[in-house]
Design a binder for this molecule. Structure first.
Ligand code: SAH
Ligand code: SF4
Ligand code: F3S
Length: 455
């Protein structure tokens, strides 16, 4: 290959992003940091001389997916000796330099607090070595970096990083380090820029946003959310994730009071059994959780709720599993992310408990949870048929460019006939059909119907 083409290729990078929204936001930060150093991002992996994997360690299957990709990339590296592979994010922070021996494809490793060193790591590899930057840095919030965004409609804004909770099953405190908050003034500045650029949806991110605290102004998350909603009055404001033990009445009142804060709360419960919540170190009972739900529903009657739930955590008995099913039946969440437990090395559970629920039983319990939740979601979605919902159009639907996909304020996905609308438009849609995950409908002129379903 001629030298000029290879050196262009050597400056071109592609990022595979796995895991949560925080990783998606981080890939935007990494892209900005590399662009500052003259690197060029591509969405065609074959064009890239540098391939980054921004990884997730939260469950075993997330780690396995990255392992398979690394094996595939090793074959590619044998054909193209100059290809550079960097593994960044939560897996290297957790497994550290041991990854080099396991996956010979890897040239360098960086953790969530060391993305600023990636250009230096690439240079080190180009000089003929391998590199790793895996120190924690509680001061790092990537303040001042303007991330490169994938969408011109929806934006993620990290407001805190890390987690000080120690849920027994969870690896995140070991991959993301101690909690730290983005300065209040920086969040507001970023939100003002997004509002000025016409963004229609802003999602504030953190592992536990309720722990947000800005030392200078002594502001909590409710104050931040309120201020953000006022700075971007034309945008829908969302946030994730809230820990049930920390969600405050002040926060719920802020959501209820501010019209552009979406009436949707993701409140991971993990289990319906107080005994399991104790073993999981969640810091609350199931009665307290139910009381929080009752408070939220009394202050925001049209709220939609979603949750996370784990089947088969250490020591889970049939009666604990039944308590999880009972909780789902009683609360009737709109949606749930449902997982079977997988041990994460280094966590409290890995050290203290036996992973004693057999795999087949974990999977049976998970299937029961999924079947019940799908039935509930389908019932709730069917109840919306015949009502009019307000939708922010996000993209063309996967099936056809004659249809758009969007979401209600309650975070329900809606697929509807396009009829000249564009992604970014907010419009009223008459719901004519539903599955357990999607509403189906067609646009109606505003004012045709007297009431709009706020969910
Ligand atoms: N910070 C968020 C979510 C963190 S991880 C919160 O506190 O809610 C997202 C979800 O993955 C968790 O809510 C949990 O349901 C699930 N999860 C985490 N560790 C897991 C494990 N070891 N096995 C199975 N599911 C897990
Ligand atoms: Fe993990 Fe618990 Fe922290 Fe969420 S709150 S990231 S589940 S330790
Ligand atoms: Fe995964 Fe790390 Fe997010 S472990 S869930 S990518 S914080």
């Amino acid at each position: 290959m001629p030298e000029t083409i290879q050196s262009e290729k050597g400056k071109t990078f592609f990022i595979h992003t796995f895991g949560c929204q925080m990783n998606l936001a981080d890939s935007g930060i990494i892209t900005a940091l590399l662009q500052q150093e003259g690197y060029v991002v591509t969405d065609d992996e074959a064009e890239a001389g540098i391939i980054l994997l921004n990884t997730c360690a939260v469950r075993e299957n997330a780690v396995d997916r990255v392992g398979h990709l690394l094996q595939h990339l090793y074959g590619q590296k044998k054909r193209d000796k100059r290809l550079i592979i960097g593994v960044v994010g939560c897996i290297p922070q957790h497994q550290r330099e041991a990854l080099f021996a396991r996956y010979p494809a890897i040239d360098f490793l960086a953790g969530p607090d060391t993305y600023r060193t990636i250009p230096e790591l690439i240079a080190q590899v180009q000089r003929g070595g391998k590199g790793a930057a895996l120190a924690f840095n509680t001061a790092e919030t990537y303040d001042g970096i303007e991330p490169v965004r994938q969408s011109a409609i929806s934006a993620f804004v990290p407001v805190m990083r890390g987690c000080n909770n120690m849920c027994a099953y969870c690896v995140v405190p070991f991959t993301r380090g101690r909690e730290r908050s983005q300065p209040f003034a920086s969040v507001i500045r970023e939100v003002q820029n997004l509002a000025a650029s016409g963004y229609r949806e802003i999602t504030l991110l953190g592992q536990n946003v309720n722990s947000y605290h800005d030392a200078d102004s002594d502001s909590n998350f409710a104050a931040l959310l309120d201020a953000v909603s006022r700075e971007a009055p034309e945008a829908r404001i969302r946030f994730t994730t809230s820990h049930p033990k920390d969600i405050s009445e002040a926060l719920v009142r802020t959501i209820a009071f501010r019209p552009n804060i979406c009436n949707h709360i993701h409140l991971p419960v993990q289990s319906g059994s107080t005994r399991m919540l104790g073993l999981m170190n969640r810091g609350h009972t199931i009665e307290e959780y139910r009381e929080k739900i009752a408070l939220i529903r009394s202050l925001i009657p049209d709220v939609t709720l979603s949750t996370d739930i784990i089947a088969g955590f250490c020591g889970e008995l049939e009666e604990d599993h039944q308590a999880s099913l009972a909780l789902l039946s009683d609360v009737r969440f709109d949606a749930a992310y449902m997982f079977f437990y997988s041990t994460r090395p280094g966590t409290l559970a890995a050290k203290m408990f036996e992973d004693d629920v057999p795999d087949a039983l974990k999977k049976r319990r998970l299937q029961e949870i999924i079947d019940l939740q799908n039935r509930i979601s389908a019932e709730l979605f069917h109840e919306a048929i015949g009502t009019v919902v307000e939708v922010l159009a996000e993209s063309e639907s996967r099936r056809s460019s004659a249809q758009l996909m969007g979401r209600t304020a309650g975070n329900r996905a809606v697929v509807f006939d396009r009829e000249g609308y564009q992604p970014g438009d907010v419009l009223d849609v008459l719901v004519t059909g539903a599955t357990s995950a999607t509403l189906i409908g067609r646009p109606v002129r505003t004012g045709t119907y007297s009431s709009v379903n706020l969910r």
